[in-house]
Design a protein around this ligand. Structure first.
Ligand code: TRP
Length: 368
């Protein structure tokens, strides 16, 4: 059993079931080839199926080939510092921007995190949004092609558009998509209308329809299912999307902000990151002897998934790690040590860029 909504993910997630239940399409070889034709290479997150499903991506490529360029849209709910799981879709989005030379609209839903979180006030979610924006910028987005905004600071533009969506959305549809109850506050029920807006805002501003592609972790899909129903009724295209799996938590299961040590934050020191890695759950055996004889199980190992999703882009190197692990010639301690080094290198580089980003942030932010 698992549960997956934009605000709660629990249980053992079965991604092939999600594809069926959500009505997604898997990414075929043919589609990969179509992408590769334009990008010249395939990003590891695509090759390895970390981005595993989509809606209407063939249409996005059709339009692109006709010279009708799309824009990218993604976002972040600023409820805390950024962890490595959050940056995964952003890393991929940055690659898409670079390869297709397209604009990105990045939404910071400070309103959402205020509405859905009892402990956060609007001043806190606003501050967190600015912290998170530094992580976005540090990943190398093009300052000429990227717009970042907070919902509360871009409200004059967003609000009239959100109203158009809200007017077409009944409580019963919102309830079915998100599982609201009579106890849900009315802001929560309204909120998806705000998340729908960036999917068509560039069309409004340009006065002509522009295709939209949304890279996101699969838990956000209910928002865009709703948006896909409503936007054509307002005269806009349905947004296309591409969905990623989650980076697993280091303690096994999902990553959780409340479970200390389950996630590595971009603001963690290399020592903290190392401690979290060394204490992680693995796919290893109970004893060294047993592991040397029988090998370990990498498919359930968060350490392995950190390599696969973020820290080992070279396929040959990954294949050799897999065989070392399965064959019992590498033990978990050694494997964790090696990962810690890569994570430390990433963190020091990222933190440096994050500091630099403080000087450039105003080139990215839009307000009204
Ligand atoms: N609701 C998302 C979150 O909680 C933030 C978000 C807004 C988003 N717009 C998006 C995520 C578009 C992906 C794509 O993190």
């Amino acid at each position: 059993m698992y549960k997956i909504t934009p605000w709660e993910v629990s249980g053992d997630i079965d991604y092939s079931k999600i594809v069926k239940e959500f009505g997604l399409e898997t990414i075929s070889e043919h589609l990969m080839k179509r992408i590769e034709k334009h990008t010249k290479e395939l990003h590891p997150l695509l090759r390895r199926g970390v981005f595993f499903a989509h809606r209407d991506l063939n249409w996005i490529i059709d339009e692109y080939e006709k010279g009708h360029h799309f824009f990218l849209y993604t976002g972040r709910g600023p409820s805390g510092h950024t962890h490595l799981g959050h940056i995964l879709p952003w890393v991929f989005t940055q690659w898409l921007q670079e390869k297709f030379h397209v604009d990105l609209w990045f939404q910071m839903t400070d309103d959402e995190k205020f509405l859905f979180n009892d402990k956060l006030d609007l001043e806190q979610t606003r501050k967190l949004a600015y912290e998170n924006a530094l992580d976005v910028i540090a990943l190398g987005f093009d300052e000429k092609k990227t717009k970042i905004f907070l919902d509360t600071e871009y409200a004059k533009t967003l609000y009239p558009q959100a109203l158009k969506v809200a007017k077409r959305l009944t409580f019963s549809t919102a309830k079915a998509a998100f599982g609201f109850s009579n106890e849900s506050n009315v802001g929560e029920i309204f909120f998806t209308s705000v998340q729908a807006v960036p999917a068509f805002l560039p069309s409004v501003l340009k006065g002509k329809n522009v295709p939209c592609l949304i890279p996101h972790a699969v838990d956000q899909d209910p928002h865009f299912r709703v948006a896909r129903d409503i936007l054509p009724k307002l005269g806009y295209y349905k947004p296309a999307s591409i969905q990623s799996v989650f980076l697993p938590g280091l303690r096994g299961g999902k990553m959780s902000a409340s479970e200390e040590g389950s996630a590595i934050y971009t603001t963690d020191s290399p020592e903290t990151a190392k401690r979290k890695i060394m204490n992680a759950f693995t796919g290893g055996r109970d004893t060294v002897k047993e592991q040397k004889e029988k090998g370990a199980n990498y498919s359930i190992c968060p350490i392995y998934h950190y390599y696969r999703q973020l820290f080992m882009p070279d396929d040959k190197e990954l294949a050799s790690l897999e065989s070392e692990c399965k064959g019992g010639s590498i033990l978990c301690g050694e494997c964790k040590e090696r990962l810690s080094k890569r994570v430390a290198a990433f963190l020091s580089d990222h933190q440096h860029k994050r500091e630099q980003a403080k000087h450039h942030i105003e080139k990215f932010m839009i307000r009204d």
